[in-house]
Design a protein around this ligand. Structure first.
Ligand code: SF4
Length: 347
């Protein structure tokens, strides 16, 4: 398939320009034309060169086919690719900045029991340019609505397990981070995995972005229920592999912990979490479960959340509670799924 212009870093472009005998002095205009202002192509790139590049590369971005805005300011986009498959991308307001939650696969193979996306199975992996394209589209939309918006942060927490599609996700990270392309700061970027062990090693070769593990229980028997691949890749092995990652001085691994009423919030969970995490550079991110149609789990009450948090704090663990956003439009974690998928694609 033809390569997309959104799948190449400035380094890749420099090599291409060299191979084709194009003047490197035009490269900044070319890259700014892609990411900032397409009118730069016609003003600064010779017509013959432009024709050659237009013939060789794909320029398309995913199409935003539906936009839903939540009462709390969260915006959910349905993005459609060339083959008509769709994913959801979410813009989440956080303090003075937005965060884009990117999908990495159409559907997901991991089948986590708390996740609405997991119920649809994996349709296909996304290509690097389809991942970058979601960010570009969401940022363009934001700039139109609020022209003074600063560049959004991003998290790989949408549909899909990023490490199940690690090569394309890594390429997307390299393009997103490239200061001559999109220039998202590495510390503004978080990749979250449920513990797909075969690819954790690969994270060592990634730029220094943030990593998160969906933990949800310190006990294998409970994790097996929540995250079925835990049966194949148990928590102890995942943690040992994560321990091999070299972190920056002030960098932590975030452990996402979905609080489910009457399931994973007891004193024995607190004790075991302390055993597992107190000697690690860990930040526990507590998230109240978001119920979705047909889910068997329940959301805890506000005082249960506070009690659980305080018990963890007493154990000297670093803890924060993440407020869920976008519940009213099914945009919160684990709730992403194209509702019309069954009708459109026969599943
Ligand atoms: S939680 Fe993530 S990994 Fe699990 S099924 Fe949902 S999208 Fe896939």
């Amino acid at each position: 398939m033809t390569t997309s212009i959104y799948a190449l870093t400035s380094h890749d472009w420099a090599q291409t320009f060299n191979q084709r005998g194009f003047a490197l002095s035009t490269l900044p205009y070319w890259l700014d034309g892609i990411y900032k202002d397409p009118s730069l192509f016609n003003r600064h790139i010779a017509p013959q060169m432009l024709d050659e590049l237009k013939n060789e590369y794909r320029f398309d971005l995913p199409e935003i086919c539906l936009t839903q805005e939540s009462d709390d300011g969260t915006i959910k986009f349905k993005m459609r690719f060339k083959d008509s498959l769709e994913v959801e991308t979410v813009l989440i307001p956080f303090h003075k900045r937005y965060t884009v939650c990117l999908s990495t696969q159409v559907g997901c193979a991991m089948n986590c029991s708390f996740c609405y996306t997991g119920t649809q199975g994996l349709k296909r992996h996304l290509l690097a340019d389809e991942i970058v394209g979601q960010y570009v589209r969401a940022y363009q939309w934001l700039l139109k609505k609020k022209p003074s918006s600063i560049k959004p942060s991003l998290v790989f927490m949408g549909q899909g397990e990023p490490l199940h599609n690690v090569a394309e996700v890594k390429k997307a990270v390299e393009v997103l981070i490239d200061e001559k392309c999109l220039g998202v700061g590495p510390r503004q970027m978080t990749l979250s995995t449920v513990g797909y062990l075969p690819a954790i090693q690969e994270l060592k070769t990634f730029p220094k972005i943030n990593f998160a593990l969906s933990l949800h229980s310190p006990f294998n028997e409970e994790r097996n229920i929540l995250i079925p691949i835990n049966q194949k890749y148990p928590l102890s092995e995942v943690l040992s592999e994560l321990d091999q990652l070299a972190l920056l001085k002030k960098q932590f691994i975030t452990f996402e912990y979905l609080m489910i009423q009457d399931f994973n919030m007891s004193d024995k969970h607190v004790e075991e979490l302390a055993k597992l995490l107190s000697h690690r550079k860990a930040l526990i991110n507590l998230i109240a479960f978001n119920p979705f149609p047909g889910s068997e789990w329940k959301r805890p009450a506000v005082d249960e959340i506070e009690n659980f948090k305080q018990k963890l704090v007493k154990k000297k663990l670093r803890v924060m509670v993440r407020n869920t956003k976008g519940d009213d439009i099914l945009a919160a974690c684990g709730q992403l799924k194209i509702k019309t998928m069954a009708r459109n694609y026969g599943h």
